[in-house]
Write a protein that binds this ligand. Structure first.
Ligand code: ACO
Length: 333
């Protein structure tokens, strides 16, 4: 049987740090409000001229090098994003150009669950024998797509820019145990409009974006925060349990639980509800904000770098996001 092994990790955030105090200059908000509601203290924003593919490339090269590979040894690129560099083609194509070669690549849009959805795709590609080495990237540039005025403050203060990447490789060593043991994916489209950006959209006529849409600020995200919160804290434990069951792993045997980095209160709520001890979780939204599809791979890369994930570690990951979409995975490193 072919196993799907994570062999490399990487992450990148732009140098520009934007603190809660900096946001106080742009809108009616406060450091205290943001910290209390979300745990976020600062985030990183791109510099003028810096592109999503710059972030994706930096994270991808780190992951490829960490796997001991050269870019030309990658067979396929799956890039999760809700903030693509262009309407089309996907950011993955700009990344592929930089890495060279003619390997297939595509974007996957499942918002904050995008990385785990992509992990599921990569796992299937590898286990089916279609590809041996799949690069999975989560990449977001939110700072150019949020309303940085008081009107947009409920969403704007939560998001940051960043990229994370992993390499998933086929392994058929009969003595090996490293594997992506399970990936469970769910969605509930009836809540699509509870957290969304509606424009540009091909449903608008005569053109996808108009002056009127911009004046009405319909090209900025809108969120019913409390509604999202309530669903996140219900769905995340459900998915986590399901992924553990499917992997045949008991909760106490998990070494590290990694949650999507939307909000510290959501993650504490989930950890408390599931009686997960704090030392088995880690969060980085305090420093990076919510980087949507990039959050979990950034967290993985930091955990690897700091030694909290070692060969043999059992790692459980869970996310919830717009769509609604939610997902969970269990990996033996
Ligand atoms: N600064 C100061 N005040 C603010 C801000 C801000 N940035 N934003 C909102 N407020 C005000 C509101 O206007 C409101 O004022 P009012 O009482 O005078 O009307 C008050 O603060 C409370 O607002 P609520 O929306 O009720 O605040 P809540 O306690 O629900 O916290 C939050 C808001 C943090 C957004 C919370 O609902 C939440 O975390 N939701 C989940 C978010 C999430 O997870 N989103 C993402 C998944 S992301 C993805 O998939 C892309």
């Amino acid at each position: 049987m072919i196993r799907a092994k994570i062999t490399g990790t990487g992450m990148y955030v732009p140098d520009r740090v934007v603190t809660n105090k900096d946001l106080e200059q742009l809108m009616d908000t406060s450091d205290e409000w943001i910290r209390q509601r979300s745990g976020i203290e600062q985030r990183h924003y791109v510099e003028p001229g810096q592109l999503p593919s710059d972030l994706a490339e930096a994270a991808a090269r780190q992951a490829i090098e960490d796997a001991g590979l050269e870019p030309d040894q990658i067979d396929c690129i799956v890039l999760a994003t809700l903030s693509p560099e262009a309407e089309f083609p996907g950011t993955s194509f700009f990344l592929q150009e930089r890495l060279g070669g003619h390997v297939p690549c595509f974007d996957l849009k499942a918002q904050c669950s995008g990385f785990l959805y992509s992990l599921g795709v990569a796992r299937s590609f590898v286990k089916s024998g279609q590809y041996k080495r799949v690069l999975v990237v989560g990449c977001e540039v939110h700072s150019t797509g949020i309303d940085l005025t008081t009107e947009g403050r409920d969403v704007a203060v939560l998001f940051g820019d960043g990229a994370g990447a992993i390499v998933v490789e086929a392994d058929d060593d009969p003595d090996g145990r490293s594997d992506i043991l399970s990936v469970v994916l769910h969605a509930e489209g009836k809540y699509a409009k509870k957290l969304w950006i509606e424009a540009p959209g091909s449903g608008f006529q005569p053109t996808r974006i108009t002056q009127e849409l911009i004046e009405e600020k319909r090209h900025f995200p809108r969120m019913q925060g409390k509604f999202v919160f309530k669903h996140a804290v219900t769905r995340m434990p459900e998915a986590l349990r399901e992924a553990l069951d499917e992997a045949g792993i008991k909760q106490p045997d998990v070494d590290l639980f990694l949650f999507h980095q939307a909000n510290l209160r959501i993650n504490e709520f989930v950890a408390n509800a599931m009686e997960i001890p704090p030392e088995k979780t880690r969060n980085n939204m305090q420093r990076y904000g919510n980087c949507s599809a990039a959050s979990i791979p950034m967290l993985i890369a930091e955990a690897r770098r700091e030694g909290s994930i070692e060969p043999g570690s059992i790692v459980s990951m869970t996310g919830f996001g717009s769509g609604f979409s939610w997902a969970s995975a269990v990996v033996r490193w």
